[in-house]
Design a protein. Structure first.
Length: 100
């Protein structure tokens, strides 16, 4: 399993719009054939901080996600809403085991 954890800091005045854009991206992402999980978390201590937990069966499935219309629309919509550049960290998902 290929997992990416993405950290995002959003301008305070864009939090609600960001959450809506993320909802639309999430709803489409979970329908992708290689998707295992696509969680979006908002910090309990700082509502402008978000974490995405994106799990795909393979690295190729994760790469395909970044070519989808819904991801590209999300990326282009939220780019100016970031308080700082978002960043992702890739991981190998060990457990639970997922058939690829």
């Amino acid at each position: 399993m290929h997992v990416t954890i993405v950290y995002a800091s959003v301008k305070p005045e864009k939090i609600e719009a960001f959450k809506e854009a993320c909802r639309l991206n999430h709803e489409n992402s979970i329908r992708e054939p290689g998707n295992v999980r696509f969680d979006i978390l908002q910090s309990a201590d700082d509502p402008a901080k978000f974490v995405f937990y994106e799990a795909y069966k393979t690295r190729q499935d994760a790469a395909a996600h970044k070519e989808t219309a819904h991801y590209l629309a999300w990326r282009d919509t939220v780019v100016d809403w970031m308080a700082e550049p978002r960043h992702g960290v890739a991981y190998h998902g060990l457990l639970p085991k997922v058939d690829s």
